[in-house]
Design a protein around this ligand. Structure first.
Ligand code: THU
Length: 128
């Protein structure tokens, strides 16, 4: 059966605004309550202001009052599927080291726990 989170990541990838890199990315985040929040990359003529798909999905969720997540699927459209960038790893890690991260490509998928993608992370607990 089709994974709704994977479908959501591919679907939102269609909305990516990536006129500079032409590298469209979609991300879909599954909340603990089952809701899905999707985001795409949004580039800017001032290149450094680009927001990645993963952060875009996180911000959608947080703006809806949701902060507890089970899984995120990222669809970068390439094979092998690329893992989230460093900035997005840090932002995702804010919401927990147990988060399951999946990168899906046209032919294969990869899976990690957040703690594997960003070991020894600086997180909310580091501020104690
Ligand atoms: N990008 C993402 O959306 N997520 C990532 O994890 C890596 C990179 C975007 C940023 C930029 O718009 C394009 O992909 C090329 O770097």
């Amino acid at each position: 059966m089709t994974d709704p989170l994977v479908s959501a990541a591919w679907a939102v990838r269609e909305q990516a605004y990536a006129p500079y890199s032409r590298f469209a990315v979609g991300a879909a985040l599954e909340a603990e309550d089952g809701r899905i929040f999707a985001g795409c990359n949004v580039e800017n003529a001032s290149y450094g202001l680009t927001v990645c798909a993963e952060r875009s999905a996180v911000f959608q969720a947080v703006a809806a009052g949701v902060r507890r997540f089970r899984r995120v699927v990222v669809a970068p459209g390439v094979e092998p599927p690329a893992a989230p960038c460093g900035a997005c790893r840090q932002v995702l890690r804010e919401f927990g080291p147990d988060l399951l991260v999946e990168a899906v490509g046209p032919q294969s998928r990869k899976q990690w726990r957040m703690r594997e993608l960003l070991p020894d992370a600086f997180g909310p607990e580091s501020l104690a």
